[in-house]
Design a protein. Structure first.
Length: 185
């Protein structure tokens, strides 16, 4: 595919008011509500860039930096940072705003890898390239390229580690951990 689209053409903002039914037992907004909004905006940005059906392949490091309260307005900003042949890394920044106090909190940043899929064959389909118009877009593309590289390397390293683990030796070390092995197992 020799088509290219700008980063800005698929950038998107989603705002949602946190209503009482979104709260958990502690009275704060359930993390799953925020994750669901993140998945929705990631899909929208990826589908808008690729103009194709997409699936979520992976989600990197969702660290909730601040709790979100009921009554706050959550704003999600999404941008396609990097594209490969069929995958797109969507960067998502989440803020939550307390109207009464006039406080805006950064609640988390995460990276979703979305893959364009052919609706008939269900196989990964090529996506347009990115036109990088600003210095920050070039930086984000490079950072995304390295995240993809390290994600792949981590997967391989963990596979090797799992294959080579001495389970008997590791089991003997479990007394240092916060667990106990039930007798008779
Ligand atoms: C994501 C999926 C389409 C990849 O299919 P696949 O046959 O493994 O495809 P490939 O190995 O050819 O990889 C295709 C692209 O996806 C990327 N990819 C595959 N698995 C990935 C993962 N776990 N994380 C990040 N990227 C991934 C590859 O790097 C590749 O990118 P590129 O084309 O830009 O180089 C397939 O695993 C799938 O359908 N998964 C289920 C997705 C889903 O249903 N999500 C919703 C869950 S509720």
């Amino acid at each position: 595919m020799t088509e290219y689209r700008s980063v800005k053409s698929s950038q998107i903002v989603l705002k949602e008011l946190m209503i009482p039914s979104y709260s958990n037992f502690g009275g704060k907004v359930h993390g799953g509500i925020i994750l669901s909004l993140m998945d929705k905006i990631a899909y929208t940005a990826a589908a808008s860039h690729s103009r194709s059906y997409c699936v979520t392949a992976s989600v990197d490091s969702v660290n909730f930096l601040n709790p979100v309260e009921v009554g706050e307005l959550v704003t999600l900003l999404a941008s396609v940072n990097y594209v490969g042949r069929s995958s797109m890394e969507v960067g998502i920044k989440v803020f939550s705003e307390d109207f009464k106090k006039g406080v805006n909190k950064h609640t988390n940043t995460s990276y979703f890898t979305m893959v364009a899929v052919d609706e008939h064959t269900r196989k990964p389909a090529p996506v347009p390239g990115l036109i990088l118009e600003e210095e920050i877009e070039v930086k984000r593309f490079i950072w995304g390229k390295f995240r993809k590289k390290y994600r792949g390397e981590y997967k391989e390293q963990f596979k090797t580690l799992r294959r080579n683990l001495d389970i008997a030796c590791e089991t003997a070390l479990l007394h240092e951990e916060n667990c106990k092995i039930a007798t008779g197992k």
